[in-house]
Design a protein. Structure first.
Length: 364
């Protein structure tokens, strides 16, 4: 059987024969290198490897041996058309919170963001922690300031970009030693500017890194934006989980009602370098997993205590950017589980309503 040199149409037909559920996004040829971008429903390491092997095998049989095929996979996400959302170019808005400070919420947010970017999504982070911003440090943007751009005759902030992630943070407008000493209304005004006076352009995901607690900033977010879902981060320590319970309860308030897509346990255990089979549960074992069962919320992953995770955040390069490491695999699994739960939420539930606070429920 004679082999063809190159044909996009035949490549599409062959991939369709391998798996009809795979969606072909793009096929590019440069010299003898052919790059194929695909959307796949089952985004596990095993399913990707199996699909890549099957597709490569069938393409190699049908095309000239000089062609080198590179196959990239991106998970399918069902986006929700949302008339409530004031940011029309942003498909999915996810709030990431912890209620308790110091549990690693911002570290988790940064690493989920770069993992989404590696998967091929357009991603932004809104650092809503007005009093303790950290994204400018974690993405090596200290001292940088957004530029003003003209959008339809209006001046907008252009988010800074690092590692494929667009970022806005109050940290861009204050010095490292400057404390933000604002009352609630002032902080809310600054937050509104970061949201609505920004030129985010098109995003598949906007991750909102919320401050600890359940206060003004949280209410401002749910009153201004239609949030698709939330993620709650906690350590397994009882003190941290006590606050995580309050955070979950906030999202479940009748007048807020934002689906919790999953719980993440940070600082789950420590593996000593000389014995990777041994696990030390410094802050307790399975605390967040048990919490997820109590609230009937998906447990989407655990992050071990790894020195490299702290170091990478301190130098402004999130650890999940590394390829084929323990950290990158951990965050790939967490991000994949988040996408699966988000797709299920967008398929089965109506858009989240903009919150109208009419009572002081929960504040007595």
């Amino acid at each position: 059987m004679s082999k063809e040199l190159f044909s996009k149409e035949k490549i599409k037909n062959l991939i369709n024969d391998v798996d009809k559920s795979i969606e072909i996004v793009n096929i590019n040829k440069f010299s003898n290198d052919v790059t194929i971008d695909l959307l796949i429903e089952n985004f596990t390491h095993k399913s990707k490897a199996e699909a890549r092997n099957n597709i490569t095998e069938v393409l190699s049989k049908n095309f000239d041996s000089n062609l080198n095929f590179k196959i990239n996979f991106k998970p399918k996400v069902v986006d929700r058309e949302d008339s409530n959302n004031q940011l029309k170019n942003i498909k999915n808005i996810i709030a990431i919170s912890s209620a308790k400070g110091g549990v690693g919420k911002s570290t988790v947010t940064a690493n989920i963001a770069v993992t989404l970017s590696k998967m091929g999504f357009k991603v932004g982070i809104l650092d809503a922690d007005i009093y303790g911003p950290s994204m400018h440090i974690m993405f090596d943007l200290v001292g940088r300031k957004p530029l003003a751009v003209d959008v339809d005759g209006k001046s907008k902030m252009k988010p800074l970009e690092s590692y494929g992630v667009k970022i806005l943070s109050i940290g861009f407008f204050t010095s490292m030693d400057q404390a933000v000493i604002w009352r609630g209304p002032m902080a809310t005004k600054a937050l509104n500017q970061l949201i609505f006076d920004a030129d985010w352009k098109e995003l598949d995901f906007l991750l909102i890194d919320l401050p600890p607690g359940t206060g003004d900033i949280h209410l401002s977010i749910v009153q201004k934006l239609s949030v698709n879902g939330s993620i709650v981060v906690s350590t397994p320590q009882i003190v941290a989980m006590a606050d995580a319970r309050k955070g979950i309860s906030m999202y479940r308030q009748e007048n807020i009602n934002i689906p919790v897509l999953g719980l993440i346990e940070n600082m789950s255990y420590f593996n000593p370098p000389d014995d990777k089979e041994k696990k030390y549960y410094i802050f307790g074992k399975d605390g967040v997993k048990n919490l997820s069962e109590d609230f009937e919320i998906p447990f989407i992953g655990e992050v071990p205590i790894v020195q490299g995770l702290r170091e990478s955040g301190d130098i402004g390069r999130p650890g999940a950017l590394q390829e084929d490491t323990e950290l990158s695999r951990v965050f790939e699994d967490i991000t994949r589980n988040m996408i699966i739960n988000l797709t299920e939420r967008n398929t089965n539930l109506p858009p989240t309503e903009i919150v109208k606070i009419k009572t002081m429920a929960g504040c007595s």
